[in-house]
Design a protein. Sequence first.
Length: 501
Amino acid sequence: MDFRNLKSGSDVRGIAIGDDAVLTVSAVKRLGAAYAQFLADRSQLPIQEISIAVGRDSRISGPSLLAAACEGIASAGAKAYDCGMCTTPSMYMAILSPAFHPTGSIMMTASHHPWKLNGMKFFTAQGGLGYSELDDLLMIAANNTITKTAKSGSMKVYPFIPVYQESLRKMILDGLQTNTDQPLDGLHVVVDAGNGAGGFYADMLRSLGANVDGSQFLEPDGYFPNHPPNPENKDAMDSLSAAVLKAHADLGVIFDADCDRAAIVDNEGREINRNRLIALISAILLESNPGATIVTDSVTSSGLAAFIRDAGGVHYRYKRGYRNVIDEAIRLNKEGIDCPLAIETSGHAAMRENHFLDDGMYLVTYFIIRAMQLKKQSKTLSSLILRLKEPMESAEYRLKIIVPDFRTAGNAVVQKLLADAEMIDGWHIAPDNREGVRVSFDLKGGVDNGWFLLRLSVHDPVMPLNVESDIQGGNQMILDKLYEVLKTFKEIDLSPLQQTI
């Protein structure tokens, strides 16, 4: 098989169940062995000294694929540790754990995607593998260039979630600076784990005194029968909002299947995700990091940029893709720029103090600590983002690229549109345009009160188009103008826009 076809960004992903499965037991076994060889080559250590921790989320293909990865690792002569059900962040933390400290780790997960899919995320002490590093790993698997050893390695069971859970407990105790073992007494939190790997979070909060009545879907179920395990999904967020209102809770928290993403709901059932989520964590971090730079993906709103500026920070938009955002934040820090946070509107949030690991539970724990502090002042988390100005209209359209070489075609569309935008009166290319084409407009006598962003998807033959306006009917005004320019491009399917004209 062509292992390169399994690449999805900096991860491996594919259908794992059914006749059309590509992420099979045999493929995963080969990838496990290849990762052992990759780590041996990288560290210049004998493969017998390589150890790899392997965890999984709740999806039904997880147990067999985890076992296959461990078998592959051991067949290459390395040590494999079966960590059972875990979160993706915990699999990175395992490498940093002094009492464990494997050479690398693998997480079997397909995040929020449908139950038939599964995937593999790879970690070293430096963090998740980058795009080119994954290419090197896939090349080893494809060519089967794995050094044969005289004897097989070993496989052991090593539950790691208790260690990770204890780190979150300590974070709350330290954050609230209290000697009591019930520091969350009086706080009511509804936890929605979406039948993924994060149900233990409710038990952890309860052990610290929180009321978690009304929590839902805590039991792992790899079919995800209640709603998609996705903090961006409307059904999932509506379900959590209803649960918070029914329980009269102070807030609700929700995770995706592997818990590297999260969102929350306030006491009035109002969603705090996407721009609101970024605003909330930015407000908290800027209290202790005045003047800091917040790196986000490219689709964040003008209102968020103003909010961060008014809070004393610098908003730095970058490319979509959580690895892109994280890598740029790391680069800025190396240049001496104070950058404590890299965050996507999808809910991937990585903090410098947490090794720039995108960890939904770490993010939510930050909010839990602040919510407890605010409750003692008769305030709520939402009080921190009252100044956030949100658009009156917001929409996303996905324009398919209809030629075979979609990446070349999409980039050509971007370059041509950039050139055209420079020449069109009333179109203002954003000064922080770092991905695709972001153009702002002065609508009906306003200033910078509408914008669009057209970019090439990270993975798919699609050009997502985001449009926002601060006035009624502004989106339509922008789309009408944009369509007149885009209609000359034959490489993309404009039917979603034609339906609005």
